[in-house]
Ligand binder design. Structure first.
Ligand SMILES: [Zn+2]
Length: 639
């Protein structure tokens, strides 16, 4: 997963009381032979309502139906139970009363009457209007919708997700097209009948649909086809260039060259382009759900800033889905959606994926080598100055992930956030450059990936791992104290970030008054002015909101606090240009910068004693060390 906007709410989760083994043995045959019939009517999706009907086999006696709570890839209890409404359970036309469990709020208890062989369950799902968060947030507009099946089903407690079969039927709004990895039996008009699939596969196979829809083939390798399905709020938003399609094709061949095997039958990138859905990416075995702003793929800044999104989510098919930390698997299998996840190895699951996503963006041409370095400089600067690293070690950001995903931007610099993504990139670059250096260029992290994530390949499978497996896998490629290496970085509260990979790669972090092209694109795309490394504030360019401050920086020392509004700079109304020019002038002038801030209902004036001019991060070449960074992002595949 990758998040764009971190503001989100979750529901407190409490581990339910279960007796899996006994119940699973009793229930498994019932659902394996008789699929649950699931009918979803999405014709009301433009009005944010999905209608669900299920017919499920049942036996007389007590039964508990669960709504999925812990969602694979979201690493937290994010199932949107508050939006399940209108629940009705019947058998033979008779209404069966239900009672919610008072501890596990995702569980509904019923008594199946004598003589009943099946249940009819109906409910509606309200798609939220908010555009922030993950799959439980905004997923529909009047032009498009993304369906996450975990939001549209109940499942019987005690039946393993791999053995319960669902046969889904879906109606989309008339004339809307669609894309999904879920195998299709037949379609007619706006109705699609899917082949029976396990609960695991169903939840792993979201669907996008829309009025402005374009499916593009991006290459078949060894008989395995790949598609990009673009759903946008306008025809223009899905009119991507041939150049971008060629880069996506490169991404397919580069993953083949990197991993040497694929763990899917076919692969579908669902790309949703709208300013009114949540912006994030969520991985699946055979597809990914990628949601970005409407004009992302047709404007240069969006393409540059979001260049790694598809590469990141695609990488997860290998690192995250096929190979997964034991703590992120429930009951030894996908599913078990009522079991809390443990995030301590997210620096591998997300951290290595973050690194490989960036490397693959470089190898595919989605980024130039300079884009890769500019973005790496931004990451390095952010982590190297993050004051929160003095109290919270990296591992804690992973263990605490399910809470940190929900935190807002203010004081992020002091609190730390889901840093195992970005710091994962730095650490895995260190691993890669160390292997290249120690093996004198004979080996690299690519060899580890091929051995750890590769063969045999085929249909989706899952092979769990623990910390020791990662250490063992790396040691098989290059002898080194990998356990000591990771433990030091995971538990450190040293003030500086691990920049060894950049330095061993032949580059150094430096600050200059010029913004890199990537930096400009990022400011434009995110509509912000980022002065983190000069006066120590990041400002929303549209409304002047101070997004965050450097906790030890000049602005904070002068009394500026996040979530207030910048009104004027040196007595002139705030605009990005006015602010940037004022900071630039500090390099030569002696006067402090004066900021007029609106804090709630009150106005404050703060004078910043800062004289350093503009400062933005870059990587500069260290000629005394070979340029390994350029080797890392050079294409592997023959073109
Ligand atoms: Zn991810």
């Amino acid at each position: 997963m990758r998040l764009a906007a971190p503001k989100r709410f979750t529901i407190e989760s409490i581990m339910p009381i279960r007796n899996w083994l006994t119940a699973a043995l009793l229930l498994a045959p019932l659902y394996a032979q008789n699929p649950v019939r699931l009918r979803v009517d999405a014709t009301d999706a433009p009005r944010r309502v999905f209608h669900v009907q299920m017919t499920m086999p049942a036996k007389p006696g007590p039964l508990t139906l669960l709504y999925p709570e812990w969602i694979p890839g979201e690493h937290g209890p994010t199932g949107p139970i508050a939006n399940l409404v209108g629940l009705q359970i019947k058998s033979g036309g008779q209404t069966i009363p239900w009672r919610r469990d008072s501890v596990n709020l995702y569980a509904f208890h019923i008594e199946v009457p004598a003589g009943a062989a099946s249940l009819d369950v109906a409910f509606d799902f309200i798609a939220p209007p908010d555009a922030t968060g993950f799959s439980s947030s905004g997923s529909t507009t009047s032009e498009l919708a993304v369906l996450s099946w975990n939001q549209l089903i109940l499942y019987p407690q005690g039946a393993a997700a791999d053995s319960v079969q669902y046969q889904a039927n879906l109606r989309v709004p008339p004339s809307w097209r669609y894309g999904t990895a879920l195998p299709i039996e037949r379609e007619s008009g706006n109705e699609i009948e899917f082949k029976p699939a396990s609960l695991t596969t169903l939840i792993d196979s979201p669907l996008s649909t829309g009025r402005h829809y374009r499916t593009v083939g991006i290459g078949t390798e060894n008989g395995i086809p790949h598609y990009v399905h673009l759903a946008g709020d306008s025809d223009e938003s899905v009119a991507v260039s041939d150049e971008l399609v060629a880069q996506y094709k490169n991404l397919v061949t580069e993953t083949g060259a990197l991993f040497g095997a694929r763990h899917y039958r076919d692969y579908h990138f669902l790309v949703t382009l709208s300013d009114h859905v949540a912006h994030f990416g969520l991985e699946h075995h055979e597809s990914s759900d990628n949601r970005v702003k409407e004009r992302t793929l047709i404007e240069a800044s969006g393409r540059k800033v979001e260049a790694t999104l598809l590469a990141h989510e695609f990488t997860h098919s290998w690192n995250g889905k096929y190979r997964r930390p034991g703590g992120l698997i429930a009951n030894g299998a996908d599913g078990g959606y009522d079991t809390p996840m443990k995030g301590d190895l997210l620096w591998v699951y997300e951290g290595l994926t973050n690194y490989l996503g960036e490397v693959l963006a470089g190898r595919s041409g989605l980024w130039t080598p300079e884009d890769y370095r500019d973005q790496l400089a931004a990451t390095a600067a952010e982590l190297d100055t993050r004051s929160g690293r003095a109290w919270r070690p990296l591992e804690d950001t992973a263990v605490f992930a399910q809470v940190l995903y929900d935190t807002t931007d203010d004081f992020r610099e002091y609190r730390r956030s889901t840093d195992y993504y970005e710091e994962g990139s730095l650490i895995w670059l260190e691993v890669d450059t160390l292997i290249r250096q120690l093996s004198k260029g004979a080996k690299s992290l690519d060899d580890f990936c091929r051995a750890f994530h590769g063969a045999p390949g085929g249909a989706p499978a899952m092979k769990p791992y623990e910390f020791e497996d990662v250490v063992k896998g790396l040691s098989a490629i290059q002898a080194y104290d990998w356990s000591g290496f990771f433990n030091q970085r995971l538990h450190s509260t040293a003030p500086r970030a691990p920049l060894g990979g950049i330095e061993r790669g032949g580059w150094k972090l430096a600050y200059t008054p010029e913004r890199s092209e990537w930096w400009k694109a990022n400011e434009e795309y995110r509509k912000q002015v980022d002065l983190s490394y000069s006066i120590g504030i990041k400002v929303n360019e549209e409304d002047g909101t101070i997004i965050d401050i450097a906790y030890e920086g000049p602005a904070r020392k002068a009394g500026v606090t996040p979530s207030t509004k910048l009104i004027a700079v040196n007595n002139r109304g705030f605009t990005p240009v006015v602010l940037r020019e004022a900071v630039k002038a500090t390099a030569t002038g002696q006067q402090p910068i004066e900021l007029l801030i609106k804090n709630g209902e009150f106005y404050e004036v703060h004078r910043l004693d800062y004289h350093g001019g503009e400062r933005y991060p870059h990587l500069v070449r260290d000629q005394s060390v070979p340029d390994l960074l350029s080797q890392v992002t050079a294409p592997l595949a023959r073109r």
